[in-house]
Design a protein around this ligand. Structure first.
Ligand code: C2E
Ligand code: CA
Ligand code: CA
Ligand code: CA
Length: 280
């Protein structure tokens, strides 16, 4: 472009713009993590399909950017992964959610165990000290290993030499491991027999195409049969309609998560709900 003074400045390429956006987002995210401003965790209930009773929650991060407003994690989590700030972000989410659920666990009857599912990025499993970080954060928050589920996607299993020992240590400590978005990845099914998996989460893309599409029902059924044989439990994600819930239950799914049951809620909203339940 032509600038006053006669010199020509090269137009920034799309890659340059993306890189400077990422750098700005990384900087803003670091500020948010230090000040605690703009970041929060929301909790989406996971229910038993049978009677819709509460089994647990998935913790999901939320960020209101100082100038851009609320941003989707689908937008900033990948940036956080590329820049490495995901490590601090992951710790912050884990710490916040563990403290919160340790508190809620005291409000519910002793025989009701609230499960807290936290997402761990594939990049976190590469960190040498990751299992100690998870265990120390959980213990410091006062949460028991029996309450915690770590969700990893199949992409975390691409490097099984790192992932299998890390997940093995978490599992040995009593933490359950869930494979997130199951069916969308490209990992070999063979890893499922070598890893301490407890839960398969059927990806929303299969659930949303269930109604009347025999191919998707066949996949959903194959996943539940595989889980039964390998003794995993299952969670169906993104359940939006009664028809989907009924079909999933008929196929053998026991747990579901989705807008039909509840959208992700703030800690205050969940707290209000649990206190009302507790008084009943
Ligand atoms: P995910 O782990 O698969 O989380 C489920 C996503 O589906 C959430 O989107 C949730 O709000 C959305 N969802 C739940 N029920 C329904 C439904 O019935 N219909 C539809 N259409 N969507 C539903 P969200 O919160 O925007 O998060 C998007 C992704 O960002 C997550 O997908 C996860 O991969 C990542 N993410 C979110 N929080 C964290 C975090 O704390 N750490 C890491 N590493 N990743 C996170
Ligand atoms: Ca997840
Ligand atoms: Ca998922
Ligand atoms: Ca996903």
């Amino acid at each position: 472009c032509h600038r006053p003074g006669g010199e020509y400045v090269e137009e920034p390429s799309e890659a340059d713009i993306a890189a400077s956006n990422a750098a700005a987002l990384e900087r803003d995210l670091r500020v948010a993590l230090t000040t605690g401003r703009g970041l929060s965790v929301v909790y989406q209930p996971i229910v038993l399909l049978e009677d819709r009773s509460l089994w647990g929650f998935e913790a999901l991060v939320r960020w209101t950017h100082p100038t851009r407003g609320p941003m989707s994690p689908a937008e900033f989590v990948p940036v956080a992964e590329r820049t490495g700030v995901i490590h601090e972000l992951g710790r912050w989410v884990l710490d916040t959610a563990c403290r919160q659920v340790a508190l809620w666990q005291q409000w519910v009857p002793e025989d009701q165990r609230l499960s807290l599912s936290v997402n761990l990025s594939a990049r976190d499993l590469d960190q040498p000290g990751i299992t100690d970080v998870v265990l120390q954060t959980m213990t410091a928050a006062g949460l028991d290993a029996e309450n915690l589920v770590i969700e990893v996607t199949e992409s975390a299993l691409v490097d099984p030499e790192l992932a299998i020992p890390a997940l093995g240590r978490l599992s040995a400590a009593g933490i359950r491991i869930a494979i997130d978005d199951f069916g969308t990845g490209y990992s070999s099914l063979q890893y499922l027999t070598q890893m301490p998996v407890d839960i398969l989460k059927l990806d929303r893309s299969f659930v949303s195409r269930l109604n009347g599409t025999p191919q998707y029902a066949a996949i959903a059924e194959a996943v539940v049969r595989l889980s039964q044989t390998l003794r995993f439990s299952t969670v169906a994600e993104g359940v939006e309609t009664e028809a989907q819930a009924a079909e999933l239950a008929a196929l053998g799914y026991r747990k579901g998560q989705g807008y039909l049951f509840s959208k992700p809620l703030t800690a205050d909203e969940i707290g209000g709900f649990l206190q009302v339940e507790g008084r009943e």
